[in-house]
Design a protein around this ligand. Structure first.
Ligand code: SF4
Ligand code: ZN
Length: 309
């Protein structure tokens, strides 16, 4: 089988696009999709200081690599969740990647800040680990970017992640969440920095292939907590449909975005204000992070900031 662009040997078939590529043409296709996302959605420019949220997995490291190669100003923030072997090897991959590319990475370690990892912390809170993890990550990325002059936070969410999230939000008709489901969330006066998802046009399979073909050393093991995450169920359901009807996933998500541009959902009526405890923006009395912290036992409440590793 030959590459549809240059007739070299095929290394990957992309059913949803009915395409076959050799290594060089696939890498070209992948990077073109990222550039297209950045320009089409006006994500950032070379003047921006970009904080990349890195977990050590394929998505965030592939994103960071594309941005570094394209010459953007980047640094990364990694959250060490304190899940024994998984977190140790994730942090190791992130630090090694940064060193190889001469980039800065900051790490926020939950066990250092609160003496608890995400599993113990969610036990104390009687809340699913992914829910606590989401609150902590969003808070730390936003706060760190604001306090250190980063103008954009970039995350490695791919097409599969976004389609699964859309399915979950549609199943419950969660309008507030649907409104936030966009590859770009603009900064606002209340204190949220701009957030972008440059991989939103690329599937998980394509990101894995790009990482493998570029020799990116990422943590292959999934977070052990993901097994209990509803996102996994939505992904499985969408994969079943995609298998029968390639292109459905992309159509589902990209058509939603198109419709949002043509006839948007009514804007949110939620008013934001500064959290009285920490100053970060929130629509509740105190922000989700401070609420979590106030429920932890005394010594675990300390709000520790990230450090350079
Ligand atoms: Fe956090 Fe859950 Fe994702 Fe693990 S699977 S990184 S706990 S959100
Ligand atoms: Zn707060």
């Amino acid at each position: 089988m030959r590459c549809q662009k240059c007739h070299q040997k095929v290394v990957i078939k992309i059913s949803r696009a009915n395409a076959k590529y050799c290594k060089a043409c696939f890498i070209g296709y992948f990077e073109h999709q990222v550039r297209r996302a950045i320009t089409k959605e006006r994500m950032f420019s070379p003047e921006d200081r970009i904080l990349v949220a890195v977990s050590g997995g394929k998505d965030s490291l592939a994103l960071w690599q594309v941005l570094i190669q394209a010459g953007y100003q980047t640094a990364a923030l990694h959250i060490d969740l304190g899940i024994e072997r998984y977190s140790e090897s994730s942090s190791e991959k992130v630090v090694q990647f940064a060193a190889r590319h001469g980039q800065k990475v900051y790490t926020h370690r939950l066990k250092e800040a609160h003496q608890l990892g995400i599993v113990e912390l969610s036990g104390e809170l009687d809340r699913p680990p992914c829910s606590a993890c989401g609150v902590i990550k969003r808070y730390q990325f936003n706060r760190f970017a604001m306090e250190n002059g980063y103008t954009v936070v970039a995350t490695g969410h791919n097409l599969d992640d976004e389609a699964a999230r859309l399915l979950g939000n549609v199943l419950r008709w969660q309008n507030e969440y649907l409104l936030k489901q966009s590859p770009v969330l603009e900064k606002n006066e209340e204190g949220f920095v701009k957030k972008v998802k440059p991989l939103y046009r690329l599937s998980e399979y394509e990101v894995a292939a790009y990482s493998f073909l570029n020799g990116i050393d990422y943590v292959v093991e999934e977070c052990p907590m993901s097994e209990s995450s509803p996102m996994l169920v939505y992904k499985k359901a969408l994969n079943l449909i995609e298998h029968q009807s390639p292109g459905t996933k992309q159509q589902f998500y990209l058509s939603f975005l198109d419709n949002q541009k043509k006839s948007p959902l009514p804007p949110s009526t939620m008013a934001l204000h500064s959290c009285p405890a920490c100053g970060q923006p929130t629509s509740s009395e105190v922000c989700g992070y401070c609420k979590i912290m106030s429920r932890l036992p005394g010594p675990a409440q300390k709000v520790g900031g990230p450090s350079l590793t």
